[in-house]
Design a protein around this ligand. Structure first.
Ligand code: SF4
Ligand code: SF4
Length: 94
């Protein structure tokens, strides 16, 4: 059954919370983050700042990215504090 669009909602109706999880927004990406495990100091700044909750962390260590939802905004690469070659670099999507 298809859900109604916002124009069909009754006045004062609300949308279901957390609906973004149902959409694979990774399709929007023109660049993708690449994780370089050997350079990571596991400060978790990338995880804190990712607007799409797409940095995968297990046992307090970064493991990679949820590419189904990562939009490729590059914030994780920007905030990575590693000097020189960062632990996250952005590369063109193929
Ligand atoms: S590129 Fe943006 S959306 Fe993707 S993991 Fe990094 S901060 Fe999150
Ligand atoms: S911001 Fe950089 S160094 Fe910190 S956890 Fe993320 S990838 Fe690792």
């Amino acid at each position: 059954m298809t859900k109604p669009g916002w124009k069909e909602l009754k006045l004062g109706d609300v949308l279901e919370a957390g609906t973004a999880a149902a959409f694979e927004t990774g399709d929007w990406r023109s660049e993708k983050p690449i994780f370089h495990k050997d350079r990571c100091i596991h400060c978790l700044q990338c995880w804190i700042h990712c607007p799409d909750t797409s940095v995968i962390v297990k046992n307090q260590k970064v493991e990679g990215f949820d590419y189904k939802h990562c939009k490729g905004c590059g914030i994780c690469a920007k905030v990575c504090p590693v000097k020189g070659e960062k632990a996250i670099t952005m590369e063109p999507e193929r």
